[in-house]
Design a protein around this ligand. Structure first.
Ligand SMILES: Nc1ncnc2c1ncn2[C@@H]1O[C@H](COP(=O)(O)OP(=O)(O)OP(=O)(O)O)[C@@H](O)[C@H]1O
Ligand SMILES: [Mg+2]
Length: 278
């Protein structure tokens, strides 16, 4: 998966493990090697050997560019040895059923091209900001824990366009703080009103700006990224993804705009359905 910070990649990987009911193992490239940078390749091999002892497992590697970074032609570096090792580890991992490897990165361009070649991963999934329906679902989750009056959800959802799930979480916390201060210092109203939530939103800085998201796509509530790329053939397979997997994907159209991309996933769902059972 690739996408900007806070869009829910880690949450998604954990969600998949939880739906499958399989153990979730997260490998941290920055911690694997300990103090020795040269030990990273062998630490990676050891970690995969340990994981192979589990019958079922979802292995999650965040910031995967650290172990699958772009190799430069005609030079040999430690980082290249690590990338080579990672490329070697994937085929045996794939040999058995009931094992799933999920990797995430914020910077897909830093990945070695061989890493994304056919046969290594079944899906390369772009993860973008949630659309209106998804933002409403995320707000509902946070607001459920906060005493509130009747709220104008359309106004709230409309005010936080391009917010990532992490931005929404921050805005909800900010709202709770503002109301807490009103109650403590002014003995004011305890119930959260629409205006309070809008103030919380106004006090939150967006992670994504309109420069990194195509404005006309965003206007339709389906923000497309101007960066990232599609891997030939793989993205087409996304039309076959069960619908529950589609949140929080960026919806149709974006990868037609990405330089070098030849895939046109026209059959992606225009508006991902609410999360449901596969
Ligand atoms: N579907 C969701 N519903 C509600 N909250 C969510 C959802 N997805 C993510 N969040 C919240 O948003 C925050 C950021 O999510 P997460 O850490 O999964 O993002 P990420 O894409 O892995 O970020 P990074 O690139 O920084 O690792 C978390 O606090 C998480 O609880
Ligand atoms: Mg993460």
């Amino acid at each position: 998966m690739f996408g900007p910070p806070g869009t829910g990649k880690t949450t998604f990987a954990k969600g998949v493990a939880s739906r499958l009911g399989w153990p979730f193992v997260e490998l941290f490239p920055s911690r694997l090697a300990g103090d020795s940078p040269t030990g990273l390749a062998s630490a990676l091999r050891e970690a995969f050997t340990l994981v192979a002892e589990l019958d079922k497992v979802v292995v999650f590697i965040d910031e995967v560019e650290e172990i699958a970074g772009l190799r430069q032609p005609r030079t040999v570096t430690v980082a290249q040895g690590v990338t080579n090792e990672m490329l070697k580890l994937i085929p045996p991992f794939r040999e058995r059923d009931e094992r799933l490897l999920i990797c995430a990165t914020n910077s897909v361009r830093e990945l070695d091209t061989a890493f994304l070649r056919h046969g290594r991963f079944d899906y390369v999934i772009p993860v973008g900001p949630p659309d209106d329906e998804a933002r409403q679902a995320i707000w509902d989750r946070y607001l459920a824990a906060m005493p509130h009056a009747e709220l104008d959800m359309a106004a709230i959802v409309g005010q936080c366009g391009l917010f990532t799930p992490a931005d929404i979480e921050f805005a909800a916390r900010r709202t709770a703080q503002l109301v807490f201060e009103r109650v403590i210092f002014d003995r004011g109203e305890e119930l959260i009103a629409t205006a309070d939530v809008l103030r919380g939103i106004a006090a939150t800085r967006r992670t994504l700006t309109s420069e990194i998201v195509i404005p006309e796509e965003a206007g339709r509530g389906q923000a497309g990224m101007t960066w990232g790329f599609a891997v030939d053939g793989l993205v087409e397979g996304m039309g076959e993804l069960p619908r529950w997997l589609c949140f929080p994907l960026v919806a149709a159209g974006w990868c037609e705009r990405v330089p070098g991309s030849r895939t046109r996933p026209r059959d992606w769902p225009a508006s991902p359905a609410p999360v449901g059972r596969p």
